[in-house]
Ligand binder design. Structure first.
Ligand code: S5P
Length: 262
């Protein structure tokens, strides 16, 4: 069962190079924290990435909300990823047919595939979406996650939809390395998906707009997920981002150590 193995043990067994490197990085840095950097100014985004960089394994971006986006932003973020040893996850949530997502992933203003180690997609269109993204991402050694569930109240991603999403992931394991999910699913022979969970907060449980925040221990220890994704809990309400990132890193890591020592 991969939930009881360490990230390092899992990295040794993984066949996707990005997943392998990511699991190694988590162990090396003792971090299962991803910061959701939802800021709309380039300078603020860079400042946040530099501040939280020492504590995170993954910087999650929504690059299309940045008002003054340019190639220099990408260059600076990738330089910070090197400096602080983290990976980048553009949370693009692709949701179109294979041919369209191929264009959206590889070209346009953002050229996501050229800089983002990991991206993600909804399964609404069917498995052609994975085929399209895989065509662009696989030659670049990228990886993707499928949104099997969501953190928000009233989400339609549940039940049979979630089950079918997992089936598609198994079919394209060389490129689909995990899920956005609220819990770990039962493993089948050969599975080692990385579970990333948004909707994590230590101090609040809801934002009044459908978001639902859970404690890191509930996510990592009780529900067996691997990566906590935290946005406003770290920089919202004028919080000290570095201080909060350290706090979340410790909470996430302690829950993981507790889980693998069970
Ligand atoms: O189900 C989801 C999936 C994602 S990727 N629910 C989410 O909240 N997210 C993302 O996680 C969302 O787009 C945002 O970037 C982050 C949560 O941010 P927070 O400020 O609520 O912690």
């Amino acid at each position: 069962m991969s939930a009881s193995l360490s990230y390092l043990e899992r990295s040794k067994l993984h066949s996707n190079p990005t997943a392998k490197a990511f699991l190694e990085l988590m162990e090396r840095k003792k971090s299962n924290l991803s910061v959701a950097a939802d800021l709309n100014k380039k300078a603020a985004l860079i400042e946040l990435a530099d501040k939280v960089g020492p504590y995170i394994c993954l910087l999650k971006t929504h690059i299309d909300v940045v008002e003054d986006f340019d190639q220099d932003l990408v260059d600076q973020l990738t330089a910070l990823a090197k400096k602080h040893d983290f990976m980048i996850f553009e949370d693009r949530k692709f949701a179109d047919i294979g041919n369209t997502v191929k264009l959206q992933y590889g070209s346009g203003i953002y050229k996501i595939a050229s800089w983002s180690d990991i991206t993600n997609a909804h399964m609404v269109p069917g498995e052609g979406i994975v085929q399209g993204l895989r065509e662009v991402g696989l030659p670049l050694n990228r990886a993707m996650l499928l949104l099997a569930e969501m953190s928000s109240a009233g989400t339609l991603a549940k039940g049979d939809y979630t089950v079918k999403t997992v089936e598609v992931a198994r079919k394209y394991k060389d490129f689909v390395v995990g899920f956005i999910a609220m819990e770990r699913y039962a493993d089948k022979e050969g599975d080692d998906f990385i579970y990333m969970t948004p909707g994590v907060g230590l101090d609040q449980t809801s934002d009044g707009m459908g978001q639902q925040w859970k404690h890191p221990r509930e996510v990592v220890f009780d529900r067996g997920c691997d990566v906590i994704i935290v946005g406003r809990g770290i920089y919202g309400n004028g919080r000290d981002a570095a201080k909060e990132a350290k706090r979340y890193q410790e909470a996430g890591w302690n829950a993981y150590v507790e889980r693998i020592s069970k």
